[in-house]
Design a protein around this ligand. Structure first.
Ligand SMILES: [Zn+2]
Length: 156
């Protein structure tokens, strides 16, 4: 399990660098991130959270003790992501973050987004995401811009 950066650490405030080399080292990093995320009962983890300032995150929604009602999806490695379009409709929802333990915040997110990203082999994928999966993507995407849910949280 990799050490997780916590709120206040500089790596969480940096804009992450694009991934340019899709080698075995990148595969290994993704595997270690997936393992770390699963051990911590997360539904997503971004490279800056494990002290690597790279445009890489994993989304892997699954019901777990932290998110009992999360939908089930196979883990997806997301590299050099872009948000192409976003629905005007925004939805409020409670979010946690592995870097901000024991805290939940209400955050407004787009209900649906069209995204583009590379997978571990460098292939581009383009798709629409909605609901909880779109929420995870927006949360992790923020980490790559140096933004955490603390900056996104709406005042209760
Ligand atoms: Zn987070």
């Amino acid at each position: 399990m990799l050490p997780i950066a916590t709120y206040g650490e500089a790596v969480l405030r940096q804009v992450a660098a694009p991934v340019t080399v899709f080698d075995s080292e990148l595969h290994q990093l993704a595997e270690q991130m997936l393992h770390t995320m699963q051990q911590a009962n997360g539904v997503g983890i971004a490279a800056p959270q494990v002290h690597r300032s790279l445009q890489l995150f994993i989304m892997a929604s699954n019901p777990n003790p932290r998110y009992p009602t999360a939908p089930i999806m196979a883990p997806q490695v997301v590299i050099n992501p872009q948000i192409l379009q976003a629905s005007e409709q925004m939805v409020a929802g409670e979010e946690g973050c592995l870097s901000i333990p024991q805290q939940r915040c209400q955050v407004m997110r787009h209900q649906a987004i069209e995204v583009k990203y590379q997978d571990l082999s460098g292939e581009w994928c383009q798709e629409w995401l909605e609901g909880f999966i779109a929420r995870i993507f927006q949360h992790e995407f923020d980490h790559l811009q140096g933004i955490t849910l603390k900056e996104r949280a709406t005042e209760a």
